[in-house]
Design a protein around this ligand. Structure first.
Ligand code: PMP
Length: 355
């Protein structure tokens, strides 16, 4: 550490990106819930065309992309804001909307707690039940604190229905409710339409998962006009050109190629169900999944051991040491059918007759 860092960041533990891609390794990466399929050819073509204009600043309000998305979602352009990945939208939320504190589940996307620490936001976590489910009633009457959780939740893959979410929103008229729908395209259910009924709801989504654009960094938030205006104030104060020109173009291409996205989602879901059945045969317990990943533990072998042995086979999955309640679980991203066959073969070898 240098002697110049502000003291309040001295003890920060940042988001762990150590499992992320290095161009030189030959691992099968099933650890960050990326889409195994390339971006739509249209997204690639449009991004390439946009590269010729990189000498100019990009258009700060993403007008064309916003218009396309507004038609796609059936909301107004004034109800949308884009972020450099949905992580940036989350950063805007923790920057400007958590004065009264934040509430999220004890087992959830780890970035929430990191952002809360970073922005000195007081937060409280609410335990999932023994089946790793969010209990809506525990989120009633939270008196102005900002409530945030993914639906479907990560890393569990479990989801609440839109009507369960609506009960949380209607019981908390003085709280802002953030529903992080990073994986909602895989569940097919979204609460975007509720933004027209509730002015205390913001829905965050991403092009990283279903639309194969994780590396382009494109996320967005849908909410009532006033909330979006406030988010825009924050964005334009810290990152006015947050979506680069190639990413804006790629996003438009992806939206114009919905059939491509739909087919990839269908293939990922087919593969997920195949993998689930095979894992069960190998003695794994697998939680229901509404996402492009499975959350699973073996009945006999520890999560750490499975993780390490798969790594020896050059297959990287996500292991969580903490909290202790999930230390025997691993999260496995659904890759291509071929990748998953290789993983299953490796698991058969690792487990041997041990199930
Ligand atoms: N929310 C959840 C629940 C996630 O799992 C992720 C992916 N790590 C994100 C948000 C962020 O995605 P991105 O910044 O790529 O849009």
């Amino acid at each position: 550490m240098s002697r110049f860092l502000s003291s309040r960041f001295a003890a920060m533990i940042p988001y762990n990106t150590s499992g992320d891609k290095s161009p030189s390794d030959d691992l099968i990466r099933l650890n960050t819930n990326e889409n195994p399929f390339a971006p739509s050819p249209k997204a690639i073509e449009y991004a390439h065309s946009a590269s010729h204009g990189l000498n100019f600043y990009c258009e700060p309000e993403c007008e064309l992309l916003t218009r396309k998305l507004s038609e796609f979602l059936n909301v107004q352009s004034s109800e949308i804001i884009f972020g450099n990945g949905s992580d940036e939208i989350l950063n805007f939320i923790f920057t400007g909307f958590c004065e009264n504190g934040a509430i999220f589940p004890d087992i959830t996307y780890s970035f929430y707690a990191i952002l809360a620490e970073f922005h000195a936001v007081k937060f409280e976590t609410i335990p999932l039940d023994e089946n790793f489910r969010i209990i809506p009633e525990k989120y009633f009457a939270l008196h102005g604190r900002t409530i945030i959780f993914p639906n479907p939740n990560a890393p569990t893959g479990l989801r609440l229905s839109t009507s369960q979410i609506e009960t949380i929103i209607s019981h908390n008229p003085d709280s802002l409710i953030i529903i992080d729908e990073a994986y909602a395209d895989f569940s097919g259910e979204t609460c975007v339409e509720l933004i027209h009924k509730y002015d205390n709801l913001a829905v965050i989504r991403t092009f990283s998962k279903s639309r194969s654009l994780a590396g382009a960094r494109l996320g967005f938030c849908v909410a009532c006009e006033n909330l979006i205006q406030d988010l825009r104030t924050i964005k334009n104060s810290i990152a006015p050109y947050n979506i680069n020109a190639m990413t804006q173009a790629a996003g438009i291409g992806a939206l114009e190629d919905e059939d491509y996205t739909r087919e990839n989602i269908r293939e990922i879901l087919r593969t997920r169900e195949f993998v689930r059945e095979e894992l069960v045969k190998l003695g794994f317990e697998v939680l229901d999944s509404s996402t492009n990943f499975l959350f699973t533990r073996h009945t006999r072998i520890s999560g750490q051991k499975i993780y390490e042995e798969l790594l020896r086979h050059k297959i990287l999955i996500r292991h969580f040491n903490q909290p202790a309640r999930i230390s025997d679980f691993n999260r496995i991203t659904i890759g291509t059918r071929e990748q998953m066959q290789l993983m299953l073969e490796a698991l058969r070898e690792i487990i041997g007759g041990n199930y």
